[in-house]
Write a protein that binds this ligand. Structure first.
Ligand code: HEC
Ligand SMILES: [Cu+2]
Length: 314
């Protein structure tokens, strides 16, 4: 019964913390159901039992019943005190990370999540964590307020500019979990999605070494199309010619691009590459210099793939 209800009401439990949140939730849920049935039941019963039976049927004048009043005050009072301590205990578990937790830095910006691991490796919109190991996230934002939300982990925390906030968890469920931004942060807020991969120790270490060999069997342009989405380029760029925060990639390659300083430049491979790694070097006329740099965040094959993908949008 419980598992069945759980599967309709709640997402899977990815951490042990999720289990304690759910227990509290179900306690509140069943308590709500119990009191609903009790009160609605008594209401219906009294309605029939004490209905007016004739013109002379008068309700006796009842002033007070101390015993009854004490009982219906003490029961709810002890219930809410009990719930407070239970909730507080669960909250403290989530707020205080264990000392041996591995630290990963999270930087949020419109509209990507960036992760930096203890060994200096970085990844975008994709967080890899080891199974059954406590992980602490130290988070900050480069622009507006975002919110780090993983439903299957039952964790959510605002990510603020100029401040660090933190979260911790021990992942119990191998596989992929979804990350959302839960604070409206502008045009592409709803695209600010990420994936969390919970790997066993070996796979995790391999990933740290090689950065994963994502897309190794794919043709470059196809891999580039995947990166266009997974690295968040699509939050600012389109490929169908419509203007976003940035110019569309349709027809860019091989064209003469007008720059802010009035000059023009031929959009060849080197221009595209520079635009990705040092976007501020040449600003396209009519656009704000808001594109973040991808220097150090893309491996060589990924840059090649993106260039190839943009080339293909002729
Ligand atoms: C936050 C929004 C944003 C994101 C994310 C973003 N860009 Fe940009 N991009 C821009 C803007 C704005 C411009 C135009 C101003 C400039 O040149 O810096 C631009 C310009 C470019 C250009 C030059 C286009 C031209 O018409 O000359 C290329 C190429 C490019 N971006 C590639 C990428 C790639 C590849 C990614 C993903 C890895 C990406 N961008 C992610 C905003 C963004
Ligand atoms: Cu956001």
């Amino acid at each position: 019964m419980r598992d069945w209800l759980r599967s309709i009401l709640l997402p899977a439990e990815g951490t042990s913390y999720a289990g304690s949140v759910d227990s509290l939730f179900f306690f509140l849920f069943y308590m709500g159901v119990f009191f609903f049935l009790l009160i609605a039941g008594l209401l219906t019963y009294f309605l029939i039992r004490y209905r007016r039976r004739g013109p002379d049927d008068r309700t006796p004048y009842i002033v007070k019943n101390h015993k009854l009043e004490v009982v219906w005050t003490l029961i709810p009072l002890s219930l809410v005190i009990f719930i407070f301590f239970w909730g507080f205990h669960t909250y403290m578990d989530a707020a205080v990370s264990p000392g041996d937790a591995m630290e990963i830095r999270v930087t949020a910006r419109k509209w990507v999540w960036e992760f930096e691991y203890p060994n200096g490796i970085r990844s975008l919109n994709e967080l890899h964590v080891p199974l059954n190991k406590p992980v602490k996230l130290l988070m900050t934002s480069e622009d507006v307020i975002h919110s780090f939300y993983v439903p299957t982990f039952r964790i959510k925390q605002d990510v603020l500019p100029n401040t660090y906030t933190q979260l911790w968890f021990t992942a119990k469920e191998p596989g992929m979990h979804r990350l959302f931004c839960a604070e409206y942060c502008g045009t592409s807020h709803s695209d600010m999605l990420g994936r969390i991969f919970v790997d066993d120790e070996k796979t995790y270490n391999e990933w740290l070494e090689t950065g994963g060999d994502e897309g190794k069997d794919m043709p470059l342009a196809e891999f580039g199309a995947m990166l266009f989405k997974s690295r968040g380029c699509n939050t600012c760029h389109t490929i169908d010619g419509t203007r976003g925060e940035g110019p569309s990639f349709r027809g860019v390659f091989g064209s003469q691009v007008k720059l802010q300083d009035g000059s023009t430049v031929l959009a060849d491979e080197n221009y595209i590459r520079e635009s990705i790694l040092r976007p501020q070097a040449k600003i396209v006329a009519g656009y704000q210099p808001i594109m973040p740099t991808f220097e150090g965040m893309l491996r060589e094959r990924e840059i090649n793939a993106l260039v190839e993908f943009i080339k293909a949008q002729r």
